[in-house]
Design a protein around this ligand. Structure first.
Ligand SMILES: [Zn+2]
Ligand SMILES: [Zn+2]
Length: 371
């Protein structure tokens, strides 16, 4: 078996060298027009979205269904991003999720930051295991792109340079900014998801894998920086679950669904997320306390258990009452009203218990800092 993927190595290495040579040279003789810079930014963003909304959230994890027109646009820009076909990308990404951090993870962070970031691309890649992507084999658009990936890519790259060169009347500028620099920015922002989003940030939802949540990475990766959440609940079309989380891919999918261009949006229900949070935080607090030397640690351990149980119980009651409310018919108006009041009370209780839980967590972390 081959050891290295020479074509990828020469291509990626080649355009990096080309950029290092042509970019300073260009700046020495010329100044790029604002149009050229904006075109490059637009292309980087479109390629990024092609990968996140297309390759990742539509194909690797089918978290929603895109209209064929949207699929075609996403595949067009995904192709231009030069990261292989959606089929191969999805295969490798599914392997990454199924075997994260192990030897079978193609871009395992345990093999080092640079391996996860880019070096894994230069190793000879194994054959696609058809069982893993059998659903995608039934998608004619994905199969077409996979079959014609290279000629399509060459054509797209040439046409992109010529098109923006013609619009800006600056062919060299188009080559430097809309091809070389765009490729560089587009590649590294995606690669950050495999390197930085597995090494720099917080693990709120699970510590069973190396993925982390980091707002700054989200800014660079079109919302993919909430990677700890994503690895914990990969079937959610969102990566940033709160409305204020910067996740343009999620916003795009949501808007497309409102326009009738995307459907079957999958999202993890909020209660399941809360259960996971309680479980994870409880584990973390107990671990901290067990390693500590505080005199009153037994009392605190007891409080962690009691407050976690109370929170879980209230959450369960809240879910039960909500289910019951939906089940009973409209004719039982009084019972419905009674349940509505109980649900409202439980909601306040839940908020109160979450606040208490956060206070207890803060207190334990402060003790740790003082120790
Ligand atoms: Zn990952
Ligand atoms: Zn994923």
């Amino acid at each position: 078996m081959k050891k290295y993927d020479w074509i990828t190595l020469v291509y990626v290495g080649g355009y990096h060298l080309g950029l290092a040579f042509f970019l300073p040279l260009y700046f020495y003789f010329y100044t790029p027009s604002l149009f050229l810079i904006l075109s490059m930014v637009g292309l980087v963003f479109a390629c990024g979205i092609g990968i996140t909304a297309g390759y990742h959230r539509c194909y690797s994890h089918p978290t929603y269904k895109a209209h064929p027109i949207i699929e075609t646009i996403l595949l067009f820009f995904g192709n231009l991003a030069t990261q292989g076909s959606a089929l191969r990308w999805a295969y490798e990404h599914r392997m990454h999720h199924a075997h994260v951090d192990s030897d079978r993870d193609p871009y395992s962070i345990n093999k080092g930051f640079w391996h996860a970031h880019v070096l894994w691309l230069f190793k000879a890649r194994p054959e696609i295991d058809e069982k893993v992507i059998s659903d995608l084999r039934r998608n004619p658009l994905v199969v077409f792109q996979h079959k014609h990936y290279v000629p399509l890519l060459i054509l797209q790259q040439i046409l992109t340079i010529l098109f923006f060169g013609w619009l800006s009347q600056d062919l060299l500028g188009s080559f430097v900014f809309c091809y070389l620099l765009r490729s560089f920015l587009s590649h590294h922002t995606t690669w950050f998801i495999n390197s930085l989003a597995h090494s720099w940030g917080e693990q709120n939802f699970s510590k069973e894998h190396s993925a982390v949540d980091n707002f700054i990475i989200s800014l660079l990766t079109y919302g993919e920086g909430y990677h700890n959440y994503h690895h914990t609940f990969a079937n959610d079309y969102r990566n940033g679950i709160n409305w204020y989380h910067y996740d343009p891919t999620k916003w795009l999918i949501f808007v497309l669904s409102k326009l009738g261009l995307a459907s079957n949006l999958r999202r993890m229900n909020s209660e399941k997320i809360q259960f996971q949070l309680i479980l994870e935080h409880k584990k973390e607090l107990l671990k901290n306390l067990k390693q500590s030397l505080y005199d009153s640690k037994e009392d605190l351990i007891d409080r962690v258990h009691k407050q976690a149980d109370a929170l879980t119980k209230t959450l369960e009651d809240f879910i039960q009452k909500g289910k019951r409310y939906k089940e009973i018919g409209r004719d039982l108006k009084e019972m419905k009203n009674l349940l509505k009041r109980e649900i409202r009370t439980l909601k306040s209780k839940l908020k109160f218990e979450w606040r208490n839980w956060d206070n207890l967590s803060d207190y334990i972390y402060k003790l740790k800092k003082l120790a």
